[in-house]
Design a protein around this ligand. Structure first.
Ligand code: HEC
Length: 192
């Protein structure tokens, strides 16, 4: 089921070689560098873990929606479909991945590429960073999640232990010596 990596590499190198004739702009180098990364232990470990977790992935396992057929068809030509959807990223990220696959030799019409990018960006979007709940977060979570200094996270914890839960941003701003501007700037990252 898993295509041997040397075959993948060879195919990438072949495709890269074709490509370099058309675009002498260093993309061949990029293709080779990328293909070389295939051998890195980290990737091998990650993909082994991933494939063990997911097992065989079939076209019909992909979420329904426009672009599914194109994605299933194009993205299993050189490696397992599971690898194709192993990333979570925004539209720009998916665009970049698909450009790389084209550089490896993926053949597709512009219309098909648009459909694939739309599909992947919708169904495999960047993971949202969870908000920091100021009523339950530990000192470390407050510091790293809201980039607060230690004294400030301690002040928040002390205040909530004494006064009960925060219900709003205004409650939070009552904490003595808190950098209110910073809290205001981070308000989209805060939950109550
Ligand atoms: C022409 C062959 C080919 C096709 C078709 C292809 N890929 Fe790849 N893909 C590769 C090669 C070669 C690698 C390994 C290189 C590497 O690890 O950088 C790879 C690796 C990947 C990876 C691993 C992470 C990364 O960025 O290297 C992802 C994700 C991926 N492909 C997504 C896709 C998607 C999505 C499609 C369908 C739009 C697709 N691939 C179609 C050749 C292809």
């Amino acid at each position: 089921m898993k295509e041997p990596e040397d075959r993948l590499l060879r195919r990438a190198a072949q495709n890269g070689a074709n490509l370099s004739e058309r675009t002498p702009d260093g993309r061949f180098q990029e293709a080779r560098r990328c293909a070389g990364r295939l051998l890195s232990l980290r990737w091998r470990l990650a993909s082994a873990l991933f494939l063990t977790a997911v097992g065989g992935l079939w076209a019909q396992d992909l979420p329904e929606g426009p672009g599914r057929e194109e994605t299933a068809r194009l993205c299993k030509q050189c490696h397992e479909l599971a690898r194709s959807i192993s990333l979570r990223q925004d539209r720009d990220g998916w665009n970049a991945t698909i450009n790389r696959m084209s550089a490896f030799g993926m053949k597709a019409t512009p219309k098909e590429l648009d459909a694939v990018v739309d599909y992947l960006a919708k169904n495999y979007p960047a993971e949202e960073i969870p908000r920091v709940n100021v009523n339950t977060a530990s000192a470390i979570e407050l510091e790293s999640g809201l980039t607060l200094r230690r004294s400030q996270s301690a002040a928040i914890i002390q205040y909530r232990e004494k006064n009960g839960t925060f219900k709003s941003l205004d409650d939070l701003k009552k904490v003595p010596n808190l950098d209110v501007e910073k809290i205001e700037a981070k308000k989209d990252r805060i939950a109550f």
